[in-house]
Design a binder for this molecule. Structure first.
Ligand SMILES: Cc1cc2nc3c(=O)[nH]c(=O)nc-3n(C[C@H](O)[C@H](O)[C@H](O)COP(=O)(O)O)c2cc1C
Length: 239
């Protein structure tokens, strides 16, 4: 006889999901300015359990999350800011963007950057202002909660897709509770430094960071809204 595994507790959403999700998706955007208000006790753990309901190929459930606090967070931010300021470069654990970036995609990348720096009043040639904002990636935008997202180095590309679903589920679960998020791929630029600073194993690949907290309504960077490709650009029907 096979044993029945106990079900993990999943918090029931206050609003029926079929009503809440379209509204949540329509209003979601990256949060890069946070108030000091901390997440309630147990909230992060609850969000992570909800996020793990995300599907994954063969139910492998790849990826792990480390909440960085106190000295560990301070040491990591200091090391990353130092590396960024010194212009240090390392090989990433995984390739994110196409190299070279095709012109059509580069336009999108520039538009997103312009929207952010424009909201902050940083002119295109104001390198100091742009660098100051970029450095905030490495301080997790001073969010009350800073997560490091890792994956077993043996995992294939498909497992990154699985982890992405889990990450987005985490972001939406947070959003549903009025908690803003920003994924931070910039952290994956220094995987060796992250491992060395936090004494992680070599087989723990660095995927990204995630900042979580309550959005500061006065932070201009939170007013940024990015455009999306029109449906006909990425959807077609074949018969
Ligand atoms: C995996 C991932 C990594 C990201 N890394 C960064 C980052 O390092 N710094 C940053 O400011 N935004 C980062 N973002 C946020 C994107 O810039 C943002 O999602 C995109 O411009 C669309 O804007 P929106 O989220 O406000 O709709 C990342 C997003 C994702 C999904």
């Amino acid at each position: 006889m096979h044993s029945v595994l106990p079900l993990e507790p999943v918090t029931a959403p206050a609003i029926p999901a079929h009503l809440a999700l379209p509204a949540l998706l329509a209003q979601r955007s990256a949060t890069r300015g946070f108030t000091d208000q901390r997440l309630p006790d147990g909230c992060l753990e609850d969000l992570l359990v909800q996020a793990r309901r995300a599907p994954s190929g063969a139910n492998l459930q790849p990826g792990e999350f480390i909440s960085l606090e106190g000295d560990a967070r301070a040491r990591l931010s200091s090391a990353l800011v130092g590396a960024f300021r010194s212009g240090a470069r390392e090989a990433e654990d995984y390739s994110y963007f196409p190299v070279p970036m095709p012109h059509s995609l580069r336009r999108r990348q520039v538009a997103a950057a312009q929207a952010l720096y424009g909201a902050l009043g940083a002119e295109r040639d104001d390198r100091a202002a742009r660098d100051a904002q970029f450095e905030r990636n490495f301080r997790f935008f001073d969010a009350p909660t800073a997560l490091l997202v890792l994956i077993d180095a043996r995992m294939g590309s498909g497992c990154y897709m699985d982890l992405g679903m889990c990450l987005f589920a985490l972001m939406m679960a947070a959003d549903a509770q009025g908690i803003g998020t920003c994924p931070i791929g910039a952290i994956a630029s220094y995987p060796g430094l992250v491992r060395a600073t936090l004494a992680l194993r070599d087989d723990q690949s660095v995927v990204c960071g995630l900042a979580l907290g309550y959005a500061d309504p006065l932070a201009p960077e939170n007013a940024v809204r990015t455009a999306r490709r029109p449906l006909e650009d990425y959807f077609s029907v074949m018969r």
